[in-house]
Design a protein around this ligand. Structure first.
Ligand code: UD1
Ligand code: CA
Length: 487
C-alpha cells in the first residue's frame, strides 16, 4: 500500500449530548484510555502522513488529550456550522492542496482494528473509488446511518436514522462512520452538501449519494466482526464497548500464555501487560501501565493500578497503586499498597496492612495489622503484629529508617523521625521515640506491677468480683487437697 499518500482525519468536535456528562464524550475512558486515544492509536498504526483532529466542544480538554497521545497531531477547530460534513471540510481546508487518500475516523468508534482499515484502503485503491466506507451488519441498527444499495447491489447512498423511510430503517447494514475518500473528490462534493435534513446539519454521509450521482465509484467493505463498528453515543454503549475491548484484551493475554480463569470478572487495561504463566484469579483489575512478570498469581479480588509485579509473586485480595512488588514476594490478603511502596524480593506485606512511600527490603516482612508510611526497611526484617510508623507530627511528615535483620515486638509505634540500627530488637508494646543503636534491645514499657485484691476492694458485687471469689475458693480447695496428700 505504498504510493498514494494517506492523511487521517478524526472527528471529535461533537458534544456527545447523549452521554449527559460534563466530561466531553471523547474523554470518557474504556480500557484505561480515553475513547479518542484508542482511535488515535489505531490511526497511528497506519503510519499516515498526517493526523488531523477536529475539535469544538470543550476544545481545550480534547486537544490536550489528543496532543498527549500524538504530539504531532494537527488540531483544527470546527466553526458554527454543525455536522460531520462541516467537520471534515474544516480539516480538509487545513490539509491545503493534499491530493492523496483521506481516511476519516470517528472519535466515538473506538473498537476499530487496524486490519479492517487495511482492507478498507486496499478495496478503495483496487476499485479506484471516490469513496469507500466501512459497513457492518447489525441485528439492531437503531441510531446508525443505513447503507442504501441499488438493484445491482452497489452503494447508492447513506440515510440517517432520523431521515429514513420505514423501508430504509429496516435495513440492517449500517455505516460505521469510517471512510476513505480521494481528497479532490471529497473536496468537490463536500462543497455541494447542504443542511436540509432532520437535524439541520451538514452530513458527511451525503457525499456518498452525491458522488454516485456524479458517476464516481463508491465501494464498501463489510466489517467481519460487527462489534468493531460500535459507536459510543451513550453510557450503555460505553459499557458495551468497555466489555468488548476487555474481552479482546483478556483473550490476547490468554493466547500469550496467561491463565485467566474468569474473563467476565477480570478487567485488564490496554496499557497493562502480562507475561506467560501469570495466573489471574476472578475479580481482578489490572489497570493502567501495570506489568506482571511470569509465574505471578494475582487475585482473587485484587486491583492493581500502575504497579510492577515481579516473577512468582502472589498478590491476594489487595488494592495497590504505583507499587513495586518484588520477585517471590507475597501481598495480602486485604492489603492496601499506596503510591511509592516498594516491596523487595521474597518480602511480605500481609493481612490488614497499609503501606505508603516506603521501601521494604528483600526478605523483610510486615505480616499483620500495620501502617508503614515514609519508611525505609532493610533486609531480613520482621515487624511484629500491629507495627505503626507515626510519620506525621501534625505539621510535616518524617521518615522511619529500620536497618537490616531488625525484629520488632508486637504493637510497636515508631515515632518518626527515628532510626533502628541493624540487628536491633524492640519489646512488645514499645513506643520508639529515640534512635535504637545496632544490636540493642529497646524496651519502653514500664515494668508490670500487680495490685493484689484491687477488684474485691474497688468493684464489690460485680461479675468480676464473683469470678475472683470463685477462683479463690477453688484455689483453697486445691490447697486443702494438697495438704492432705502431703501429710
Ligand atoms: C454518524 C453518521 C452515521 C453513522 C454513525 C456511526 C453522519 C451524519 N452520521 O452518526 O451515518 O452510522 O456516525 O457511528 O455522519 N462530530 C464532529 N462535528 C460535528 C458533529 C459530529 O466532529 O459537528 C463528530 C463527533 O464528535 C463524533 C462523530 O463526528 O466523533 C460522529 O458524530 P455523531 O453525532 O456521534 O454521529 P452519529 O449520530 O453517531
Ligand atoms: Ca456517534
Amino acid at each position: 500500500m505504498t504510493g498514494t499518500p494517506l492523511a487521517v482525519i478524526v472527528l471529535a468536535a461533537g458534544q456527545g449530548t447523549r452521554m449527559k456528562s460534563t466530561l466531553p464524550k471523547m474523554l470518557h475512558q474504556i480500557g484505561g484510555r480515553p475513547l479518542i486515544g484508542h482511535v488515535l492509536a489505531t490511526a497511528g498504526e497506519l503510519s499516515p502522513e498526517s493526523i488531523t483532529v477536529v475539535v469544538r466542544h470543550e476544545r481545550d480538554l480534547v486537544a490536550a488529550s489528543v496532543v498527549a497521545a500524538v504530539p504531532d497531531a494537527r488540531v483544527v477547530d470546527q466553526d458554527d456550522i454543525p455536522g460531520t460534513g462541516r467537520a471534515v471540510q474544516v480539516a480538509l481546508d487545513a490539509l491545503g492542496a493534499f491530493e492523496g487518500d483521506v481516511l476519516v475516523l470517528s472519535g466515538d468508534v473506538p473498537l476499530l482494528e487496524t486490519d479492517a482499515l487495511h482492507d478498507l484502503l486496499a478495496t478503495h485503491r483496487q476499485t479506484a473509488a471516490g469513496a469507500t466506507l466501512l459497513s457492518a451488519l447489525l441485528d439492531d441498527a437503531t441510531g446508525y446511518g443505513r447503507v442504501v444499495r441499488g438493484e445491482d447491489g452497489s452503494v447508492s447512498r447513506i440515510v440517517e436514522q432520523k431521515d429514513a423511510t420505514p423501508d430504509e430503517a429496516a435495513v440492517r447494514e449500517i455505516n460505521a462512520g469510517v471512510y476513505v475518500f480521494h481528497a479532490p473528490a471529497l473536496r468537490a462534493h463536500l462543497a455541494q452538501v447542504g443542511t436540509n435534513n432532520a437535524q439541520g446539519e451538514m452530513y458527511l454521509t451525503d457525499v456518498v449519494g452525491l458522488m454516485r450521482e456524479a458517476s464516481l465509484t463508491v465501494s464498501a467493505t463489510l466489517a467481519p466482526d460487527a462489534s468493531t463498528a460500535l459507536g459510543v453515543n451513550d453510557r450503555v454503549q460505553l459499557a458495551e464497548a468497555a466489555r468488548i475491548l476487555n474481552a479482546r484484551i483478556v483473550r490476547h493475554w490468554q493466547l500469550e500464555g496467561a491463565t485467566i480463569l474468569d474473563p467476565a470478572t477480570t478487567w485488564i487495561d490496554a496499557d497493562a501487560s502480562l507475561a506467560a504463566d501469570v495466573t489471574v484469579l476472578p475479580g481482578s483489575h489490572i489497570l493502567r501501565a501495570t506489568t506482571v512478570a511470569s509465574g505471578a498469581i494475582i487475585g482473587p479480588d485484587t486491583s492493581l493500578v500502575d504497579c510492577e509485579v515481579g516473577e512468582g509473586a502472589t498478590v491476594r485480595r489487595t488494592d495497590a497503586t504505583l507499587a513495586v512488588i518484588g520477585a517471590g514476594a507475597t501481598v495480602g490478603p486485604f492489603a492496601y499498597l499506596r503510591p511509592g511502596t516498594e516491596l523487595g524480593a521474597a518480602g511480605k506485606i500481609g493481612t490488614f496492612v497499609e503501606t505508603k512511600n516506603s521501601v521494604i527490603g528483600e526478605r523483610s516482612k510486615v505480616p499483620h495489622l500495620s501502617y508503614i508510611g515514609d519508611t525505609t526497611i532493610g533486609t531480613g526484617v520482621n515487624l511484629g503484629a500491629g507495627a505503626i510508623t507515626a510519620n506525621y507530627d501534625d505539621v510535616t511528615k518524617h521518615r522511619t529508617v529500620i536497618g537490616d535483620e531488625v525484629h520488632s515486638g508486637s504493637h510497636n509505634v515508631f515515632v518518626a523521625p527515628v532510626r533502628i540500627g541493624d540487628g536491633a530488637k524492640t519489646g512488645a508494646g514499645a513506643v520508639i521515640r529515640k534512635d535504637v543503636p545496632p544490636g540493642a534491645l529497646a524496651i519502653s514499657v514500664a515494668p508490670q506491677r500487680n495490685v493484689e485484691g484491687w477488684v474485691e476492694q474497688n468493684r464489690p458485687g460485680t461479675g468480676a468480683a464473683a469470678a475472683v471469689a470463685k477462683a479463690r475458693s477453688a484455689q483453697k480447695a486445691d490447697d486443702g487437697a494438697q495438704e492432705e496428700e502431703d501429710r
